[in-house]
Design a protein around this ligand. Structure first.
Ligand SMILES: *[C@@H]1O[C@H](CO)[C@@H](O)[C@H](O)[C@H]1NC(C)=O
Ligand SMILES: *[C@@H]1O[C@H](CO)[C@@H](O)[C@H](O)[C@H]1NC(C)=O
Ligand SMILES: *[C@@H]1O[C@H](CO)[C@@H](O)[C@H](O)[C@H]1NC(C)=O
Ligand SMILES: *[C@@H]1O[C@H](CO)[C@@H](O)[C@H](O)[C@H]1NC(C)=O
Ligand SMILES: *[C@@H]1O[C@H](CO)[C@@H](O)[C@H](O)[C@H]1NC(C)=O
Length: 346
């Protein structure tokens, strides 16, 4: 049973197909004033990517219909957690790395890339190590001063794609060992971000993967799959221990965690309860942008331009936008639940 379910994951998740090389933006040597506002540097996957994966559905209709109004590189109808955290910090959402130029780096840079992980995944995009390499290069070019970095915040979110990729390649047979090596590498990455000069790092805990619409299909989207959620729970337990260790090695609490697991779960449960009393409300496990075939993505069209997906009436009442990603409404609810954690950043 477990193996059956796990092997379904590999077929269902992250059907990112095409990728070509990201064009680098032009070099720049601008040093930003150290007295300007906080900067945000973002590392990770599609949950935090705001525009680095050009050759993906994130740049296709209907992604972006709620915000900014047309597709602009988010795997969502609108704002994602990165945008909400930037607004919490009272800055603009940082420019995606591929769009950087000499005039738009003052709020930080978003290095996150949809489909990627801590380790290599099936996507030929930059893993987190490579994303941090890019950050280090910008520092070497003196784009940011020590003072800039000292008052900056990093947002780190990855892991989901590592699990789907591991399950695909069969490494899940030793899941505990895989989790251990993954968490070990995350620790190395977090330490490195801190040693480059950033003193506050917010780390996303793994979402309840058993609630993703691609997987709840096997329960006809009535319930999250507990067996799969236990993978997330175990990962998070080990990650929290690792972060505690890291914080113990630094004077102040450099690393804080954003509990995507419980904020997803409790938002979904609240929506399910409300729906039990009012059946016209939307099922939170139903994606707003649903595909007919699981190999398709929200934004696929056939040769004749015929859509391979259907849209719900109102994305603003959904929790999930597509088979994997929350809608703006979903992220906004999650953001509200993360407020107490985010308060530790300021
Ligand atoms: C830099 O990018 C911004 C958008 O982020 C754009 O408005 C501006 O024209 C660009 N500047 C240069 C010099 O390319
Ligand atoms: C990340 O990618 C780089 C370059 O593709 C590779 O050399 C490195 O081994 C990868 N790191 C991890 C932790 O998978
Ligand atoms: C990651 O992929 C790159 C090529 O994209 C390869 O050079 C590297 O060896 C891989 N690293 C690991 C640890 O698999
Ligand atoms: C924190 O560090 C101290 C010594 O530096 C050690 O005794 C303690 O066990 C550590 N706690 C954790 C949670 O790692
Ligand atoms: C049920 O939800 C709909 C929105 O979908 C709302 O218009 C209606 O007033 C609700 N009914 C009750 C009895 O709360």
């Amino acid at each position: 049973m477990a193996n059956q379910i796990l092997s379904i994951i590999s077929v269902l998740l992250f059907p990112f197909i095409i990728f070509t090389e990201v064009e680098g933006a032009k070099k720049s040597n601008r040093v930003y004033d150290s007295n300007t506002a906080t900067k945000l540097f973002v590392f990770g996957d599609s949950y935090v990517d705001t525009g680095n994966f050009v050759h993906s559905e994130s740049y296709k209709i209907p992604n972006g219909i709620t915000f900014p109004g047309s597709p602009a590189g988010r795997f969502c109808d609108g704002r994602i957690i990165t945008d909400y955290i930037a607004s919490f910090l009272k800055i603009e959402s940082p420019t995606p790395y591929r769009l950087r130029n000499s005039t738009n780096m003052q709020h930080g840079i978003n290095f996150a890339y949809g489909g990627t992980g801590i380790f290599n995944t099936s996507i030929d995009g930059p893993n987190m190590t490579v994303q941090i390499d890019s950050f280090e290069k910008l520092i070497q070019q003196n784009i940011y001063t020590k003072m800039d970095l000292h008052s900056s915040i990093a947002l780190v979110n990855a892991g989901g794609n590592d699990y789907t990729n591991a399950l695909k390649t069969g490494r899940f047979f030793d899941l505990p060992a895989f989790t251990e090596s993954l968490v070990e590498q995350i620790s190395v990455n977090l330490n490195r971000i801190h040693s480059l000069g950033i003193n506050k790092v917010a780390v996303g805990l793994l979402q309840p993967i058993g609630c993703l619409p691609a997987l709840t299909l096997i329960s006809f989207r009535t319930d999250c799959i507990g067996l799969l959620n236990s993978i997330s729970k175990d990962h998070n337990k080990k990650l929290l221990e690792a972060i505690q260790k890291l914080n113990n090695q630094t004077d102040n609490s450099v690393f804080i965690t954003l509990d995507l697991y419980n904020s997803f779960l409790s938002t979904i449960e609240t929506m399910q309860k409300k729906r039990a009393e009012n059946s016209t409300l939307m099922n939170p496990l139903q994606p707003c942008c649903d595909v007919k075939n699981l190999g398709d993505s929200c934004g696929s069209v056939d040769d004749k331009g015929e859509k391979k997906y259907s849209l719900c009436e109102n994305p603003k009442v959904s929790f999930f936008w597509d088979n994997v990603h929350p809608s703006q409404n979903g992220w906004s609810a999650v953001y509200r639940m993360l407020q107490p954690s985010l308060a530790q950043l300021t």
